[in-house]
Design a binder for this molecule. Structure first.
Ligand SMILES: [Zn+2]
Length: 329
């Protein structure tokens, strides 16, 4: 059995496997421009962030009804549970659905149909994090937050994703302030393709509590020192970094150096259907390729629960941490 872990960086739309994409396409009468699942799987071999995003948005066309979103989330929960995930904080991209005429209620209630019973059926507790697309306007983000207001009992926090370069965090100051006033937790992608200054800006201007990726902090020693001092968690996604060429090969990944520096790193899957693996696969890959010791792997698993938004269920966090401590490799 894999080591128990929490997954804190997971885009639910990025869990759409070719088989489910074809099933939902058939159900909804959507014609996909691929002959079969093998041809689609070939298309998953993209070159960079933009070519990935193009396919990612194209395939979303198959998600139409509450049941489609429920099936998507349920498939993720089953796979995650099999890889030792006990808790998942799940991103979703409502703007990508609203733009296609699928409303907020369909997305949130559909996801909740599966997530609401995820702990009972799969042993995986969950939280939902609404992400804004940073290549859309600040005004669109504000409208999206507004559309989410009837569903805030289902939503724990907000995040910021999609194409990073040219879209600095400060662009979204207003919507982050509004979300904070509503009591929502705040995270943001920063320092994946964008420069270290984006990480500082996400902390200082958006007030984020956790940084998604944050890899490029390593270019700025003063920033590393601050992240260590303030115990800011970073949600790293090693297999994603390789597929999107953020690092050349997994062997070049800075994770060991980041742990040595004292950073609170976690290991996650990002968009597992596209990037070659779920949370456990990422753990296995870094353990093997980077030669991480059992102590380091246990530290990563502990960090994932420490960095999670389980403040409303400290009993569960303590139980999961105890399971990590008792785990025998
Ligand atoms: Zn991401």
């Amino acid at each position: 059995m894999p080591i128990p872990k929490a997954e804190l960086h997971l885009h639910i739309e990025g869990t759409l496997e070719p088989e489910l994409a074809f099933e939902l396409a058939a159900r909804n009468g959507v014609v996909l421009p691929y002959a079969d699942t093998d041809a689609l799987r070939e298309a998953y071999r993209f070159e960079d962030l933009q070519s990935f995003l193009n396919l990612y948005y194209e395939l979303m066309a198959v998600l139409r009804t509450e049941q489609d979103f429920a099936d998507l989330a349920d498939a993720y929960l089953a796979r995650a549970a099999a890889q030792g995930v006990r808790h998942a904080e799940i991103f979703f991209d409502p703007q990508a659905h609203l733009a296609r005429g699928v409303d907020m209620g369909t997305v949130v209630e559909g996801l909740w149909r599966a997530l609401g019973t995820g702990e009972a059926r799969h042993g995986v507790s969950t939280r939902l994090i609404l992400c804004f697309l940073r290549d859309e306007s600040a005004e669109s983000a504000l409208q999206t937050l507004d559309a989410a207001k009837p569903y805030l009992d289902r939503i724990t926090g907000i995040g910021l994703d999609s194409a990073e370069v040219g879209h600095p965090p400060a662009k979204f100051r207003e919507v982050y302030e509004a979300a904070a006033a509503l009591g929502l937790r705040r995270v943001a992608h920063a320092g994946e393709e964008g420069p270290p200054q984006y990480i500082t800006e996400a902390l200082d201007v958006l007030g984020v509590e956790r940084v998604d990726h944050g890899l490029r902090c390593m270019e700025d020693p003063a920033l590393v020192e601050r992240l260590v001092r303030e115990r800011i968690p970073l949600t790293l996604c090693p297999l994603s970094n390789v597929r999107l060429r953020t690092v050349d090969t997994l062997a070049d990944h800075p994770l060991p150096a980041m742990l040595d520096a004292g950073l609170l790193c976690t290991v996650n899957s990002d968009d597992p259907a596209y990037f070659g693996g779920y949370a456990g696969d990422n753990f296995d890959a870094v353990g093997t390729t980077l030669g991480l010791s059992e102590d380091r792997l246990r530290e990563l698993a502990r960090n994932s629960f420490t960095a999670s938004f389980l403040e409303d269920d400290e009993e569960r966090r303590a139980r999961c941490l105890a399971e990590v401590d008792a785990y025998v490799f």
